[in-house]
Design a protein around this ligand. Structure first.
Ligand code: ATP
Length: 194
């Protein structure tokens, strides 16, 4: 089974492309949803490491509260990654294995921080969904109702999209209309399966 990484910049269109792939029966493993599951599964370890201020009103781990606590402190961030990362890796391996066992020829792991987390060696191929910075900023502002300043701030945490583009095996150029994106996804599937 070909194991393919799907990544890109913030608001470049990764989720939209993942949805188009799903519609074409390509199985997608979603890093964001696995990270959510990890926080629930690792609740006891996280509570012990960071205390009860990370819980929401229904006593579940609150992702935003956890982020606010760890992001300004490098040691805390490393500690969090040390707890969560092995669980996520293990879960992804299980899902990959299970898809291969079920006879899929291709599976895609949708992982926004693929390059930032240095995961590139895990994949047979990497797809980068590209849209220029200004276009992504505009889509991010529209989707999340953000000011230009807020959107720029969010984007500043990620590697430059032009650098990601250079590392891709396949580039999906999402500057145009959705129909154009669909056509590129169809072409991509043909090319990848060749
Ligand atoms: P994030 O990094 O925040 O997870 P993402 O890379 O998954 O974002 P999407 O959510 O797919 O990006 O797209 C960002 C926004 O732009 C969404 O509101 C989406 O509907 C819109 N969008 C994506 N592609 C196009 C397109 N070709 N034309 C118009 N709007 C688009």
């Amino acid at each position: 089974m070909l194991w393919v990484g799907l990544t890109g910049g913030i608001a470049s269109g990764k989720t939209t492309v993942a949805d188009l792939l799903r519609q074409r029966s390509v199985p997608i493993v979603d890093a964001d949803s696995i990270a959510h599951q990890a926080l629930q599964a690792l609740r006891p370890e996280l509570l012990q490491a960071f205390g009860s201020s990370i819980l929401d009103s229904s006593n579940q781990v609150d992702r935003n509260k956890l982020g606010t606590l760890v992001f300004p402190d490098k040691n805390k961030l490393l500690k969090l990654e040390g707890i969560v990362h092995p669980w996520v890796q293990n879960r992804v391996s299980q899902e990959r294995q299970s898809l291969a066992t079920r006879g899929h020829d291709l599976a895609v792991y949708d992982v926004p921080l693929l390059f930032e987390k240095n995961l590139q060696d895990q994949f047979d191929r990497i797809i980068v969904v590209y849209s220029p910075r200004e276009r992504s900023l505009q889509r991010l502002m529209n989707r999340n109702n953000l000011s230009l300043q807020e959107a720029t701030q969010r984007m500043s945490h990620q590697m430059d999209i032009e650098d990601k583009k250079k590392k891709a095996d396949f580039i999906i150029d999402n500057q145009g209309h959705l129909q154009d994106l669909e056509n590129q996804v169809d072409q991509l599937l043909l090319a990848i399966r060749k």
